[in-house]
Design a protein around this ligand. Structure first.
Ligand code: ZN
Length: 375
């Protein structure tokens, strides 16, 4: 009897110590407001990439994978960014630099949806956080930078360091209904709310101004888009003498093809974040024949496309950094595990995680750099 009671008391004490310890750990480790979990904690199952509680954000899963060593993730959404859109970032660019470095990544590209601040952020990371990381900026041409605006693109290339390297066609202001944040996708009636939340600038534009940033008309790119692509091909970034690459934004499949044709003709490297999903198999063949890259993001991960199209045309990028997915390096590790489990080989993984992003950004192949460091 006494023994049984003692055991029970021990159990209660142990449990309270354990629970107290866990609570303390989560307070210290997470550092975010403690709302109750509505979904089970993310366990790193590749099928559950988005199973993170969006109110608390991800925790560092600390996943390691050979695919990370030498990888460059060309599509990360990081803070600081505006607080008014529904795209809340879970991590800022400095903290991501520390994470990426610890996991052996070669670098990443910070995509700031609404401005060119990513070029300055890349400079600050390289100067003050991780000088050995290859960090770059990616700027979509939404209204907040003036839409299709050569002045904004030129400034992006001239920010100290010259790390603003990917210029993207419109995303949040693109007329294409294919992105996740299109007012057109909203049921009638909710459009105003959605606009107020995600595209509040639409309410303060001068009367009669266009509501969205168009890039094509009658199956052709607009003249100002063609002109801008021509200018981009001639631009050289300050200090580091880099070249720009073109990203196709939230465009339609037809526009992705038009942009790839125009960009490649001008001699630019091209990447398409939404081709997987927007292009049919025939268009995909046509697209990759142009020598342009397609991004395979965490929510367009598809081993069959790798087998059908070829790893040489694909860049694996996470599109992570939001509250509702794991931190970008964990996303990368999970994506590698998933591709491997579906029959994708290590050389294919190296090509999509390391070689192709380096090529897009005009960097020497990672193996060459690693070999040079060893000698
Ligand atoms: Zn994205």
């Amino acid at each position: 009897m006494l023994r049984a009671m003692w055991n029970r008391r021990t159990l209660v004490v142990c449990l309270s110590v354990l629970i107290g310890g866990l609570a303390f750990k989560s307070m210290v480790g997470v550092g975010v407001a403690q709302a109750p979990r509505t979904t089970p904690p993310f366990q790193g199952n590749p099928d559950d990439l988005d199973r993170v509680d969006g109110t608390r954000g991800p925790i560092d899963l600390n996943l390691m994978d050979p695919a990370l060593v030498g990888a460059i993730d060309i599509h990360e959404h990081l803070g600081p960014g505006p607080r008014y859109t529904d795209q809340k970032m879970s991590i800022d660019v400095f903290d991501e630099a520390k994470l990426a470095k610890r996991r052996g990544m070669r670098g990443f590209v910070f995509k700031s949806h609404l401005d060119g601040s990513s070029a300055a952020a890349a400079y600050l990371v390289r100067a003050h956080v991780e000088p050995t990381l290859e960090v770059f900026g990616r700027m979509p041409l939404n209204f907040t930078v003036g839409g299709i605006n050569a002045a904004a693109v030129d400034e992006f290339t001239q920010v100290q360091g010259g790390w603003g390297r990917i210029v993207e066609m419109p995303t949040m202001d693109a007329p294409c209904p294919c992105g996740p944040d299109k007012t057109r996708d909203m049921p009638p009636g909710s459009e105003g709310d959605q606009l107020a939340y995600n595209r509040r600038w639409a309410f303060i534009m001068p009367p009669g101004s266009p509501k969205l940033v168009a890039i094509s008309k009658d199956h052709e790119l607009l003249p100002e888009v063609k002109r801008l692509i021509g200018l981009m091909a001639k631009m050289v970034t300050v200090d580091s003498s880099g070249r720009l690459a073109l990203a196709t934004g939230h465009s339609t499949g037809e526009e992705d093809l038009l942009l790839a044709r125009e960009g490649r003709k001008a001699g630019l490297q091209v990447t398409c974040p939404h081709c997987i999903g927007d292009l049919n198999p025939t268009q995909m063949q046509e697209y990759v024949k142009l020598g342009a890259f397609m991004e395979m993001r965490h929510n367009s991960l598809n081993a069959d496309v790798v087998k059908r199209i070829g790893a040489e045309h694909i860049i694996v990028s996470t599109d992570c950094g939001f509250m509702n997915n794991p931190y970008p390096p964990d996303c990368m590790a999970i994506m590698a595990q998933k591709l491997r489990s579906q029959g994708i080989t290590e050389p294919q993984i190296d090509m999509m995680f390391k070689d192709n992003p380096a090529k897009l950004l005009g960097l020497p192949p990672w193996r060459q750099t690693a070999a040079a460091l060893r000698n």
